[in-house]
Design a protein. Structure first.
Length: 389
């Protein structure tokens, strides 16, 4: 039966393939999904496979022959579903618990040639060619929906952010209006995008509040919200640390809040027992001022290296502390490093299951040993633990 499945998959591996997805792995908790798509590399047709393992994605390029040899390795993991999309036909393979495969194929007319470039145009949540009012107003799109060339990176960033939200939608309440706070919203490209996506595209009733220190920016954003008829979107002037405008929040967003402002936002989110936290930290100076370690001293002599290590350590310690408090945390790439070095996103979702107390205690001891060895006392740790004693 495995051979029949492999032959069906290989049959579609040509220039007309759009993608193949192997999913629903019942045996492996690590390997969640494999996707395959055609690419042209050095004028040769290849097939790029992406293995989704935990929070990481591994890429590898194959010829048809080498892909045929690799497929049995993946199929041994007992994926229960294979989806095939091609301009020639669509096919689905369903595998029962007893190993029986049901293969359905539906032929269709050829819809033209595919784009096989290694970096082909991505299918975005907000589509090119379809004007979005706030993107037009903010200068990202023209009236016709064409993305302004100079703003294309911003357009990609907005869509990438919406993908992170799309992934956590199942975690959010569905039986009531959502309460969402965006700390340090700035010009609010992403705040408007979040509101538009949830309320207009997905039909989720969501009250979204943006908070920023700049009075003129807040006034302008409120004007735009009224102009677009976004009745559940409002903007307030204020400081993250002193904000006490609500008692219940479902999702907290903090994008590019500088230094310990990110920690203040995370502390607020934890205090509200927020179900989801999305945080993209900005400049991080606190740990850089005190971080020290005898073993790493030769590296810390170089200022730029010490600064980058301190920033990575800051985010790692934030993630680990949120894990201890009861969140499932992923450290993800927000946008490509070529566009900005500030490209790390912390995505935290409140756990439904309880971490065994032994494991929780052991990891917290490791955390405390780490900050002791590095001679640091992070703001989030102080605010949530030391100042409460």
């Amino acid at each position: 039966m495995e051979e029949k499945i492999r032959e069906t998959i290989i049959k579609y591996c040509d220039k007309e393939l759009s993608h193949i997805i192997l999913s629903n792995n019942k045996k492996s908790e690590e390997l969640k999904k494999v996707t395959i798509r055609p690419v042209i590399l050095k004028e040769e047709l290849m097939f790029q496979a992406c293995e989704y393992r935990g929070t990481k994605v591994f890429h590898e390029n194959f010829t048809v022959d080498s892909l045929a040899q690799k497929l049995p390795v993946w199929l041994e993991g007992c994926f229960k579903q294979v989806e095939i999309k091609s301009s020639r036909a669509d096919a689905t393979i369903l595998i029962s618990s007893k190993g029986k495969a049901t293969i359905r194929e539906k032929k269709k007319e050829n819809n033209g040639s595919q784009d096989f470039s290694h970096n082909r145009t991505k299918s975005y949540i907000l589509k090119e060619g379809i004007p979005v009012p706030f993107l037009v107003e903010l200068g990202v799109m023209t009236q016709e929906g064409k993305v302004v060339r100079a703003k294309y990176d911003k357009f990609r960033q907005i869509n990438r952010f919406l993908e992170f939200i799309e992934d956590v939608l199942p975690e959010l309440p569905k039986d009531r209006e959502l309460q969402i706070l965006d700390f340090g919203c700035g010009k609010s490209y992403l705040t408007f995008a979040m509101y538009y996506y949830l309320n207009e595209l997905k039909g989720y009733p969501a009250q979204v509040t943006g908070l920023d220190l700049k009075e003129d920016v807040i006034a302008h954003c409120n004007e735009l919200a009224v102009r677009f008829g976004y009745t559940k979107l409002n903007f307030l002037q204020g400081d993250i640390a002193s904000y006490n405008g609500c008692t219940q929040v479902d999702m907290v967003v903090t994008l590019h809040a500088c230094d310990t402002a990110t920690d203040y936002a995370l502390e607020k989110a934890v205090g509200w027992n927020a179900k989801v936290i999305l945080s993209v930290p900005c400049c991080q100076h606190e740990l850089n001022r005190t971080i020290a370690n005898e073993v790493l001293a030769p590296v810390f002599r170089y200022g730029i290296l010490k600064e980058r290590i301190a920033a990575l350590v800051t985010d790692g310690l934030r993630a680990e502390l949120l894990e201890h408090i009861g969140y499932r945390v992923q450290v993800l790439e927000f946008i490509d490093m070529e566009h900005t070095p500030k490209n790390i996103l912390l995505r935290a979702v409140r756990r439904n299951n309880i971490v065994p107390s032994g494991i929780k205690r052991e990891r917290f001891e490791q955390y405390k040993n780490c900050i002791e060895q590095l001679h640091v006392s992070p703001a989030l740790y102080r605010d949530l633990f030391l100042e409460k004693k």
